[in-house]
Design a protein around this ligand. Sequence first.
Ligand code: PGA
Length: 250
Amino acid sequence: MRRKLVVGNWKMYGRLARNQTLLQGILDGVGQLRNADYAVCVPYPYLAQAQSMLQGSNVAWGAQNLSPHEEGAFTGAVAPGMLADFACRYVIIGHSERRGLFHESNEIAAAKFAAAQKAGLTPIFCVGETLSERESGVTEQVVAIQLDAVLSRFGAAALSRAVIAYEPVWAIGTGKTASPEQAQAVHAFIRRRIAQQDSQVAQGLCILYGGSVKPANAVELFAMPDIDGGLIGGASLVADEFVAICRAAQ
Ligand code: PGA
């Protein structure tokens, strides 16, 4: 049995005081839960705050992006080793907002994936189709190309130290969730594709669903055989909602 994982993606939200209340609420709500794993991926400036509040708890922390470079003259960028300095466990790679708003290609996402692993971080590698891609029936082709960016470069073994997040772009922040069956179909496709290279890695791989996960739909999504938890945006900013989703993963 794979363990479930619930990760909050705070995106560009937060302030010191608000974060403190949110993190305390999460600790109060999930601190005693033992049957799944939990994490929050926070904006860079709040990594120290997350570390100091969460260390020693069952809630891990991480970042939402990183530079593929170890160091150098890259103004404004953050190196993988810097995230490791703050004991990050996870880093989100290839989120559709990075791909869309910041023009990150599959090549860049792959380089960041490798850089994260080299620094000892677990990449949460995001894939997912747009609405027009789904409507034109090319969801599997799109997801396969995104997945192959890491699978063909680094092999299935690299995925044994990674998490995949399937996030249909049309479901992110829209309140429109993929149905459990729609999500399950793509999760199963991802697992099958990896199994063609290595069935053991595929069986052990944690594949999260992301896109308008709320307390009201988390239970039925997490009940699907290939959905191993969630990557939660909006609902991760409200302690009660995030805690309810974490409980749904129990
Ligand atoms: P959402 O975001 O839950 O607000 O749809 C998910 C994500 O972007 O990771």
